[in-house]
Write a protein of this length. Structure first.
Length: 128
């Protein structure tokens, strides 16, 4: 799902997206980072999770963009299940299309639990 909040609510917001999902029988949605501002650090991710908590009627999570290396692990610690990696030529948009920016998937060593570990408990449930 591409919830477009914040920044592009004129296209779609979390409430309408979650309602559409529920009507279609979908019980969990995952947002993408192409927002304004893009979700690529803990500050923007916290804001997005707060928005979901206030308005989503289905379970949710969010796939931020790992464009700031020092933010990958802290975002994983917040419970993200995956990251959105754009592998296209940047088109000059304000949201992240990091191809060609020098960002690469970090290498893992045997002792590194690393940023790409899986979080099984990471689905967030709306408040009741």
């Amino acid at each position: 799902m591409h919830t477009r909040e914040p920044g592009f609510e004129h296209k779609e917001d979390i409430e309408t997206t979650s309602r559409q999902a529920a009507v279609g029988g979908v019980t969990t949605i995952f947002g993408m980072p192409n927002l304004n501002p893009p979700t690529n650090d803990t500050v923007t991710l916290t804001d997005v999770f707060d928005r979901y908590a206030r308005t989503s009627i289905v379970d949710y999570n969010h796939n931020p963009a790992p464009t700031k290396y020092d933010q990958i692990q802290p975002m994983a610690d917040m419970g993200v299940c995956a990251y959105k990696i754009y592998m296209v030529v940047d088109t000059g948009r304000t949201y992240p299309h990091p191809a060609g920016t020098g960002h690469a998937r970090p290498r893992r060593s045997a002792e590194d639990d690393g940023p790409d570990r899986r979080h099984r408990k990471a689905i967030h449930h709306p408040s009741t």
